[in-house]
Structures are given as C-alpha cells and as structure tokens.
Design a binder for this molecule. Structure first.
Ligand code: NAD
Length: 266
C-alpha cells in the first residue's frame, strides 16, 4: 500500500494512545489519513501524536471516555472541524478483567461490558451520520480470538468480544446501502501493555506473577512468536482502504494460526 492510500481521509481511533490503537493511529496516518486519537491516557495520547507529527503525519489527541454518550457528538464534531470530514472509525478501546464467572462481581462485569461493548456501540452510533455525509466509510471493531471461542478466566471479556463480532455483522447489513462497511478484527496474543494491567494474583490469573504474552505465545501459537501491535494495524489499514471495498460483515483473524486448529495445533 502506498503512503498516500488514505490521503484526504479522516479516521478516529478510540483507545489510540497505547498498544494496538497507537499502532493503528500511526499506520493510518502513515498512509495519509488525518487521525483523531481519543483515549483516557493523556500522556500516551500526546506522545503518539508527537511520533506521528515527527514522521510527517497529521494527528490530534482528545481526552474522551468511550462510555460517555454525552460527549460523543463533540468527538465527531472535533474530527469534522479539525480535518473536514470523517471516513473511518476504529473502535479499539478495551480492557480485560480476569475473574472466574462464579465469583466475578456484578460491578466488574458491568465495567467490562461498559467499556468493551457500550463503548463500541456508541462509537458506531455517533460515527454513522458523519460517514453518511461523505458517502460512506469503513468501521473496524476490535474484537479478539476470545470473541470466536471461550476463554477461561475471561468469560466477561469473551462475552463482550463475541458481542462485538456480531455487532459488526448487523451494522454491515444495516448500512451496506449507505456504502458503510463494518468488519471485526480478532487479534490473538499480542505484546501490548494490556497484559501488564491484569493485576498479579487477580482471580482468574492463577499465577502470582504478571502474565507474559511472549511466554504464552511460545507454547500456543503455531507461528511460534507473539503478535506485535503492527501485525494488527496492518490488517486494520487493509480494511480501511479501497482494496477492501467488497469486504463487509467479516472477521479478520490475526493470530499466528492460534485458532486454525484444535488444542493440539502446537
Ligand atoms: P492497551 O491497554 O495497550 O490499549 C488499550 C487502550 O484503551 C489504552 O490506551 C487505554 O487507556 C484505552 N482505554 C481503556 N479504557 C478506555 C475508556 N473507557 N475510554 C477510552 N479509552 C480507554 O491494550 P491493547 O492490547 O492495545 O488493546 C486494544 C484492543 O485490542 C482492546 O479492545 C483489546 O481487548 C484488544 N485485544 C488485545 C489483545 C492483546 O493480546 N493485546 C488480544 C485481543 C484483543
């Protein structure tokens, strides 16, 4: 893909300050899009904007919690005011709370749903009128391999990611006539800060040490390496370009083969 594949387009990336979202922001900007990065981590958000600016790209950071419906219209307005239009929504912000389902608190369950599912719903709902205005666009929802199969200790997370998967398909069908495509991306084990945020000794994290994604990937992933945020950003970029203009309502699994076979795939 050339560096100007997305020139003249504007993208919003939620949770764009860190990990996969930061890689998506940098990659879309590298392909010529102007990117509005939203997140609750202001320090990392501004650092990502600086890296994009240094590389010659166009980006702006806005503090925004994806759960806050009252401020969503302001986010869309900011993208339109600053960059003139909205073409791409990458609904990426997410957290993972580990807890066995039998002992998980309702508060943890609801927090998990609010960020990973309500936040994605609001991203889509508020982007659609802006995408319609410019004759269509691409919505990419960040799901997970946990949205394709069960994940012990991560039942609530898995429920959100399965929901995101089907949300993509329904949105794709509802808005195909508007030329709005909507797809889900399903990362496997990716080396990002999300793993460090799972508290040591958390219920469900049966180890008394942080979970190391590289260690996990070494025993579970057929391609025998952990995924990097860039591996996911490459797939997101593809779904946002005209090269994917006939792809909607689909799942792009980027997992080094993790889900290709059964338990014995490695
Ligand atoms: P990360 O923790 O590095 O990034 C997540 C970002 O979301 C952070 O910048 C965080 O501040 C932001 N965020 C959290 N709550 C928010 C809120 N309420 N409003 C706005 N922003 C908020 O993690 P990551 O691995 O880059 O995760 C990105 C997405 O990828 C998530 O949806 C995650 O579930 C998914 N995913 C990650 C992996 C993996 O192995 N890393 C695997 C599958 C799916």
């Amino acid at each position: 893909m050339t560096t100007s594949t997305l020139s003249g387009k504007t993208a919003i990336v939620t949770g764009g300050a860190s990990g996969i979202g930061a890689a998506c922001s940098e990659t879309l900007a590298g392909a010529g899009a102007a990117v509005l990065i939203t997140d609750i981590d202001d320090r990392l958000g501004k650092e990502t904007v600086e890296r994009i600016a240094k590389a010659g790209g166009k980006a702006h950071y806005l503090h925004h919690d994806v759960r806050d419906e009252g401020t969503w219209s302001g986010v869309i307005a900011e993208a339109e005011k600053r960059f003139g239009r909205l073409d791409i929504m990458v609904a990426n912000a997410g957290i993972g709370i580990m807890a066995p389902i039998a002992t998980m608190t309702l508060a943890d369950w609801q927090r998990q749903q609010a960020i990973n599912l309500d936040g994605v719903f609001l991203s889509i709902k508020h982007a659609i009128p802006a995408l319609k205005k410019v004759g269509g666009g691409s919505i990419v929802l960040m799901s997970s391999v946990a949205g394709l199969r069960g994940a012990p200790g991560l039942a609530a997370y898995s429920a959100t990611k399965g929901g995101v998967r089907l949300l993509a398909k329904s949105v794709a069908l509802e808005h195909a006539a508007d030329n709005i495509r909507c797809n889900s991306v399903h990362p496997g084990i990716i080396a990002t800060p999300i793993w460090e945020k799972i508290p040591t000794g958390a219920e469900g994290n049966r180890r008394n040490a942080p979970i190391d994604p590289r260690e996990r990937a070494a025993v579970a992933v057929p391609l025998v390496r952990v995924g990097e945020a860039q591996d996911i950003a490459n797939g997101v970029l593809f779904l946002c370009t005209d090269a994917a203009s006939y792809i909607t309502g689909q799942e792009l699994v980027i997992d080094g083969g993790l889900t290709a076979g059964g338990k014995a795939s490695r």
